[in-house]
Ligand binder design. Structure first.
Ligand code: ADP
Ligand code: MG
Length: 267
């Protein structure tokens, strides 16, 4: 009977060869470690195989997520776990719903509005990290950076190509809409970005201005209205409130208020 079996060192050699061919070197390590566990616990062959493959798949997913997080260009590593919802209780429910990631497959947008330091970039990044963990491609940049990128593409005569490329990203994050006003051409390019993603793929936008102040940013009320219409048609709009988290406990109660054309208070 022993003669019919592969000798253990032959089997191990063969495992080395097979794991290398599958480009799954981690299988080698988990195969021997889990074999001991399987013998001790009396696992079935199926349990054992599933456990070995499961380790490989989760390791691959984790390194894929790491790659996508790095490629996204987030300004800092932020997650929902390190967000203090006691500082923003009004959005707790909405963020909990968004954390499922369902908005991405539905091509819905998220708009985060609020004064500086209230966590807009933090939450946008955290939702981006969730998207990356769910195997979606993500890109993060400020509104100004997006406009530069689109302007370069436009000048090189490859704007349609660039927009098509960007549509392959399930999520694009546009941070800081409103910090700098756009030139007319830039506003039109930005409008094309929004239109090209409408009902195809998600956008997360952050702004320190209420929508009523966006006309000033885009230099044109009609362009701003048409854009807001497309953004908000399928969107969750979250309004963050209160004092800057950066200034907490520093004896500074508030920052100079931001002048907008809006009647909405910026507190
Ligand atoms: P905004 O983009 O609204 O100006 P940020 O998201 O950049 O603000 O937040 C400023 C800093 O404060 C960041 O370091 C962020 O991680 C932190 N922060 C803001 N709000 C919270 C919060 N509720 N819980 C934990 N950290 C927060
Ligand atoms: Mg910010």
């Amino acid at each position: 009977m022993a003669a019919a079996k592969t000798r253990p060192d032959d089997a191990v050699k063969q495992l080395h060869y097979l794991a290398a061919s599958l480009k799954a070197p981690r299988i080698l390590e988990s195969a021997s470690r889990l074999a001991d566990q399987a013998r001790d616990a009396g696992w079935t062959f199926e349990d054992y195989l599933a456990a070995v493959l499961e380790r490989e798949v989760s390791a691959r997913n984790a390194s894929g997520a790491q790659l996508r997080i790095r490629a996204a260009g987030f300004p800092a590593a932020k997650t929902l776990e390190d967000f203090d919802f006691d500082a923003q209780p009004a959005v707790r429910q909405q963020i909990a719903a968004l954390a499922s990631g369902a908005f991405l497959t539905e091509a819905r947008n998220v708009v985060l509005l609020g004064p500086p330091g209230t966590g807009k970039t933090h939450l946008a990044t955290a939702l981006g990290v969730i998207a990356a963990r769910q195997a979606h491609r993500v890109l993060f940049a400020t509104a100004t950076d997006w406009v530069t990128r689109l302007t370069d593409a436009h000048r090189a005569g490859r704007l349609p190509h660039e927009l098509a490329k960007l549509r392959r990203y399930r999520l694009i994050i546009v941070d800081e809409v409103g910090y700098l006003p756009f030139e007319q051409d830039a506003a039109n390019l930005f409008f094309q970005l929004v239109s090209s993603r409408y009902e195809h793929a998600s956008l997360i936008l952050t702004s320190n201005l209420p929508f009523s102040g966006w006309g000033g940013v885009f230099g044109d009320q009609a362009v701003a209205a048409a854009m807001i219409d497309r953004i908000v048609h399928h969107a969750d709009v979250l309004t963050l409130k209160g004092a800057s988290y950066r200034l907490r406990g520093r004896g500074i109660d508030s920052l100079p208020s931001i002048r907008t054309t809006s009647a909405e208070p910026q507190t």
